[in-house]
Design a protein around this ligand. Structure first.
Ligand code: IMP
Length: 199
């Protein structure tokens, strides 16, 4: 088992929302986050069939190309009535223009097409992988359960946040202050595990 000391850590993601959240979560640990974009690292094709396998291929490639430890995040929204879709395809359902308004509409319509008994239960998953240039990796996964609402509400956060209310709450992730989301999100839960083991 390894530890992550102070120093540079590549954030192997081209998603500005994720890079911002990960930077905030790493804030207190003396780690200097470096974005994949600032190193001109390519965005690998996500050929894995699970969140963890996609996170692993992103972190391994970034560590290999940069010569630095790298942290990746593969995450997404899974809708129970759609058998877990869009899941690992969460970003791809938004299309090349990354139009999450359209993706949320598609999900809502597909759930409606399942009939009046289809529920709106959903969960977010976040898989985090840290990879070192020698190929060693460590993985962590977090989940938060909740429900979808229509219409989407709030302009905080990113992606599907305005569409998702975590269990026990009334506000969507899009309406919450970032600190409130960070106290409970799938990413925060995966991060708790990472902190216990690595920091
Ligand atoms: P990928 O992991 O880069 O393939 O993309 C995951 C996609 O899932 C993102 O583009 C978001 O649309 C969605 N997603 C992941 N985490 C969150 C979150 O915390 N809030 C809202 N959407 C998220």
């Amino acid at each position: 088992m390894r530890k992550l000391g102070p120093g540079r850590l590549v954030i192997a993601s081209h998603n500005a929302g994720k890079v911002r959240e990960i930077t905030e979560l790493l804030g207190p640990f003396g780690i200097e986050p470096v974005s994949a974009a600032s190193l001109d690292l390519p965005e690998p094709e996500e050929t894995g069939t699970t969140f963890l396998s996609n996170a692993e291929l992103k972190a391994v490639q970034a560590a290999d190309l940069s010569g630095l430890p790298a942290l990746s995040d593969d995450s997404g929204l899974c809708v129970e009535a759609l058998n877990g879709d869009p899941g690992i395809f969460s970003a791809r359902w938004a299309g090349p223009d990354k139009d999450f308004g359209l993706a949320m509409q598609r999900i809502w319509q597909e759930v409606a097409a399942k009939g009046p008994d289809a529920g709106h239960d959903a969960y977010f998953i976040c898989a985090l992988v840290v990879a070192w240039p020698d190929g060693y990796t460590m993985e962590f996964e977090g989940r938060i359960d909740g429900r979808l609402v229509w219409p989407p509400r709030g302009d905080q956060g990113f992606g599907y946040d305005p569409f998702f209310v975590p269990n026990g709450h009334e506000q969507t992730f899009g309406e919450m202050e970032p600190a409130a989301k960070h106290a409970m999100s799938h990413r925060a839960r995966a991060f708790e595990l990472l902190k216990e083991r690595l920091l």
